[in-house]
Design a protein around this ligand. Structure first.
Ligand code: VAH
Length: 320
């Protein structure tokens, strides 16, 4: 692939993935597709940005033609918590947007499409520890429903049309560049910002909530490793489990306290507790390790040290 379009470039993963792809493929060869959110100066100064809405087929085709796009990364999604407040919007963006991307990729003979999935595909009847890749997928959120359907759709385009479609089930992603929005796992980012700004945090899930999590450098590594894997060697395509760590909120708070002894946390669970409770504690990512050599690098304490260092810099600069 030579010319890549990242849809959802202003988002938590999209913003950093676009910059990383530009470092690899060259700034002019990676188009940042944004919708409402204004792209950061880092995005606008390192390569082309276009207003791209996966629901606007004509505009999407115009961008594909203008930049001779031969690979699309579709990071645009309505996440779990927002999706429960507006299920039809989640279905529209996550499914109708995806089908537009897949149809355009088929029609314009794209070299690759990346369709991210999520641990949200699992539900309360899924085995909760070391969740296998092949298992019960009965999610209880609209976001999870769209991610199961997205995996099936992506695999269909592989088998029916021979299109190179790939996807991985992201756990909760933690980063300090672009704050997430509308997710259930957002607490695992907010805790660091609140610790630096106020030395305390009121968490919207209880202290025993344990979820699979991943630091952004590992998220980028997993995404790029999958993108660059030999397609002919992949037995799976759009549904790879990828794990890095699994921790409870209590363990996360303890990790923060190692660096900020006075940090205090209290708990006021809200509607997101039920979503978190429907997801697994940890995942089995042995197939990703076998098929494309997945191996995470960051553990909880290494992540906490880096997150607090970077967020303190943003705070000292008055950026937060
Ligand atoms: C969410 N951050 O909370 C997303 C993610 C595994 C969760 O898909 O909805």
């Amino acid at each position: 692939m030579k010319n890549i379009l990242v849809i959802g470039s202003a988002g938590q993963i999209g913003s950093e993935l676009t910059l990383e792809l530009r470092r690899i493929y060259g700034g002019d060869n990676v188009v940042a597709g944004v919708r409402k959110t204004k792209p950061s100066e880092k995005l606008t100064s390192t390569g082309p940005c276009e207003v791209v809405d996966a629901l606007n087929t004509d505009a999407l085709v115009e961008t594909v033609k203008k930049y001779k796009i031969d690979a699309i990364i579709n990071m645009a999604a309505i996440l779990s918590a927002t999706g429960e407040n507006n299920p039809m919007l989640a279905w529209d963006v996550n499914m109708n947007g995806l089908i537009n991307v897949l149809e355009i990729a088929r029609e314009y003979k794209m070299k690759q499409v990346l369709v991210p999935s999520s641990i949200a595909v699992f539900g309360p009847t899924t085995p909760v520890d070391n969740t296998p890749q092949e298992t019960i997928l009965k999610p209880t959120t609209m976001y999870g429903v769209t991610k199961v359907a997205g995996e099936l759709l992506g695999d269909y385009y592989v088998k029916k049309y021979g299109l190179d479609v790939r996807g991985l089930r992201y756990p909760g992603i933690i980063s300090h560049e672009t704050e997430p929005g509308g997710g259930t796992t957002d607490y695992a980012v907010a805790i660091y910002y609140e610790a630096v700004k106020h030395n305390k945090y009121t968490c919207f899930v209880n202290e025993d909530t344990r979820l699979p999590m991943m630091y952004m450098p590992d998220c980028l590594k997993a995404t790029l490793d999958l993108m660059h894997a030999d397609f002919s060697k992949l037995e799976h395509h759009c549904d790879f489990n990828v794990g890095a760590m699994s921790f409870s909120v209590k363990e996360l708070a303890e990790s923060v306290k190692k660096h900020m002894p006075g940090f205090e946390i209290d708990y006021k669970p809200d509607e997101r507790q039920a979503i978190a409770d429907s997801w697994p504690n940890s995942v089995d990512d042995s197939l990703a390790r076998k098929e494309w050599g997945w191996k995470p690098e960051f553990d909880l304490d290494a992540m906490t040290q880096d997150m607090l260092k970077e967020i303190k810099i943003k705070h000292e600069k008055g950026l937060i």
